[in-house]
Design a protein around this ligand. Structure first.
Ligand code: ZN
Length: 219
């Protein structure tokens, strides 16, 4: 319901932005003509050319209502743009705050669709990477010993690579422990490379063939 209203407002915002741009172009054109007439009036008055002064005055008289008309229309569209933008900002839910300090949290973000638990320091890294264009989502974050045990047994039976229970960085969340498995590791890696002081390392970069795994030192 809220989203339908937001989408409607966004369509209206785009339309008013286009209108404002169109009206701005008209306003600017008439304003330039008016300014030119004023300039010539000024020049003519300096040189006492009565005929020139009269013709420039007439031109200014003709132009100024058009200048004011388009200035008013442009201001009106601009006001609508600001109003719509404010309405949209009010309706859209605020993004959850980035967790500070140690510990773990469950980010309610688009990139955490399965609502996995994650180390706070990894949440901060991922927020930054997504802002830098990382595509994909979290598949696995903080695990309990028994979850790790199940994944390790699955690995022994030919499943995805997993560390022995008790030895995985997925089982901790206080830096340097903590790990995340990401669905589009190439994209996350590319975004992390654009980030100064990156703290997440891709397992591939340290020669571990766990293609989806990121942690402080890649293990
Ligand atoms: Zn992993």
């Amino acid at each position: 319901m809220v989203w339908a209203r937001v989408r409607l407002l966004e369509v209206s915002l785009r339309a008013w932005k286009r209108k404002a741009e169109y009206r701005w172009r008209h306003y600017r054109e008439w304003k330039q003509r008016g300014d030119r007439a004023h300039y010539w009036l000024d020049q003519n008055e300096k040189h006492h050319n009565a005929a020139g002064v009269a013709s420039d005055r007439l031109q200014i008289e003709r132009l100024s209502p058009l200048v004011h008309k388009w200035e008013h229309k442009w201001a009106e569209a601009n006001a609508k743009v600001h109003l719509r933008a404010a309405e949209i900002a009010k309706l859209k839910p605020k993004p959850p705050p980035v967790p500070q300090g140690e510990g773990w949290s469950v980010p309610a973000t688009g990139w955490n669709p399965y609502r996995r638990k994650l180390a706070n320091w990894i949440v901060r890294e991922l927020h930054d990477a997504v802002a830098r264009g990382a595509q994909g989502h979290v598949n696995s974050g903080v695990r309990t010993y028994s979850e790790q045990k199940r994944l390790y047994e699955n690995y022994l039976n030919g499943g995805n690579i997993a560390a022995r229970p008790g030895y995985s960085n997925h089982e901790g969340y206080v830096k340097p422990r903590g790990a995340v498995d990401w669905s589009n590791p190439e994209s996350l890696e590319a975004a992390l490379r654009r980030k100064p002081h990156r703290e997440l390392t891709w397992a591939e970069d340290v020669g571990l063939h766990d293609t989806v795994h990121f942690s402080r030192y890649g293990r």
